[in-house]
Design a binder for this molecule. Structure first.
Ligand code: GLU
Length: 427
């Protein structure tokens, strides 16, 4: 029997969906750039979308059906690039938005990639490793003719990890008949992964935070930070912030959060999470709710979990002076306007979390040249690229009197449109 899964997250209002947010951001950039409607439509519309049925034979012998997607939003600057997400709320609309953000993100940090994203509407926590392997291999096999090291390169995203990438790489390679490490990034070191990839998104967040603070002549070691999310992005970001002297006073996961205004003991907290699967119940701090965390009196707030958390309801409560977006799309259009009106500086997702795809690019380059760089080389190249992207965005924001988000979008959109115009329209 085939069973269809259903989403567990409550749907956002129509004007607050990730796609609505992404389209409004694009429209603002297009207006600033003075592009005509034809070019706007082209930039708003994905180049290619693939929907696949992903049936899974469960360990108990029953069959369950998932829906898989891969959206290649734009490939004018190079192959599609972007993560693969496993979450029950995944649908074509969300994947479209995430793919569009990847296009601008790759443009902002000047990578020779377009933007893509994939997803399956599965809750990975409810399935065994064997089941996840079968789902991943079936999905990859359905996409064989649409992905590849020169066409579309996947990476981990929410609900997937380096092991998922190893399965994608293996399935693709076995079907092609030889090993092709550059078809995915974010894979284990043993099969051609890059040093520094696992912590790259988080390291990038800390680099741009430091750059933003520097403009106000405030050092990292003088600020307090609250982070929503304690997973692959938020967890490492907390550690790196603390290593660089910032006081991390609150973190949370989907079950709840913890706070200690003197600074959390991250080593003990990490041990607690490893033992229990959540920050909740940590005896070295006080509990704090996820919405309450957004409203804490801190200098820097890092939403590093899901999209759409800073809305017309929560944005007015934000007391941080800087919001650094670790997640993709954590702020809705209404939330963004309120933060701007309240004088909060938002370092946007497409810049703030670009460290992951930057080191993905380094991993792809290393796989293509079959020569690997040291961890220090990667760290230096990442720091340089993030600093230069931040400087470009900040200079444009100042020159044109626009927000960092609008400036970042203008740069990403302009670089994409330039590539398109120089190549010309075929036929
Ligand atoms: N999933 C990450 C993102 O949203 C990384 C994408 C990649 O490395 O291709 O940026």
């Amino acid at each position: 029997m085939l069973v269809t899964t259903t989403s567990t997250r409550t749907a956002p209002a129509a004007d607050a969906t990730p796609l609505a947010t992404a389209r409004t951001q694009l429209a603002t950039a297009v207006e600033h750039l003075g592009y005509d409607d034809g070019l706007h439509q082209m930039l708003a519309t994905p180049r290619r979308e693939i929907h696949v049925a992903v049936p899974l034979r469960r360990d108990d012998g029953t069959t369950v059906l998932f829906h898989g997607f891969r959206v290649q939003h734009n490939v004018s600057r190079g192959p599609g690039k972007g993560g693969l997400r496993y979450h029950p709320s995944v649908d074509i609309s969300e994947v479209r938005a995430l793919a569009m953000w990847m296009t601008w993100k790759c443009g902002i940090v000047d990578l020779p990639f377009g933007g893509a994203k994939g997803g399956i509407d599965i809750d990975p926590r409810s399935f065994s490793a064997d089941e996840l392997e079968r789902v991943t291999r079936r999905y990859t096999s359905e996409l064989m003719s649409n992905i590849g090291p020169d066409t579309d390169i996947m990476a981990p995203d929410m609900g997937t990890d380096d092991r998922t990438m190893a399965w994608v790489m293996d399935t693709y390679s076995v079907n092609r008949g030889y090993t092709i490490p550059a078809v995915v990034t974010g894979k284990p070191l043993a099969v051609g992964g890059s040093l520094g990839r696992g912590t790259a998104t988080s390291a990038g967040i800390v680099h741009v935070t430091a750059a933003a603070l520097k403009e106000a002549e405030i050092p990292l070691n003088a600020v307090s930070v609250a982070i929503q999310g304690f997973g692959k992005v938020g967890g490492h970001a907390a550690r790196i912030f603390a290593e660089r002297g910032a006081r991390v006073v609150a973190v949370s996961d989907q079950y709840g959060g913890v706070r200690d205004d003197a600074g959390l003991d991250l080593e003990r907290l990490t041990a607690h999470v490893e033992a229990t699967g959540s920050v909740v119940g940590f005896d070295g701090a006080d509990p704090v709710g996820n919405e309450e965390l957004l409203a804490l009196d801190v200098d820097v707030l890092v939403p590093a979990a899901v999209e759409g958390v800073l809305t017309e309801v929560t944005a007015p409560t934000v007391r941080a002076r800087w919001v650094v977006e670790g997640a993709n799309g954590p702020t809705t259009t209404a939330g963004d306007r309120i933060l701007a009106a309240n004088g909060v500086t938002v370092v946007p997702d497409v810049l703030a979390n670009a460290g992951g795809v930057v080191v993905s690019y380094f991993e792809w380059v290393q796989a293509n040249q079959t020569y690997w760089w040291s961890e220090q080389e990667i760290a230096e190249k990442l720091a340089r690229r993030m600093a230069s992207a931040y400087a470009d965005v900040s200079a444009l924001a100042r020159r044109d009197g626009i927000s960092l988000r609008d400036a970042a979008l203008v740069i990403g959109v302009r670089r994409t449109a330039e590539a398109h115009e120089i190549r010309g329209l075929y036929p």
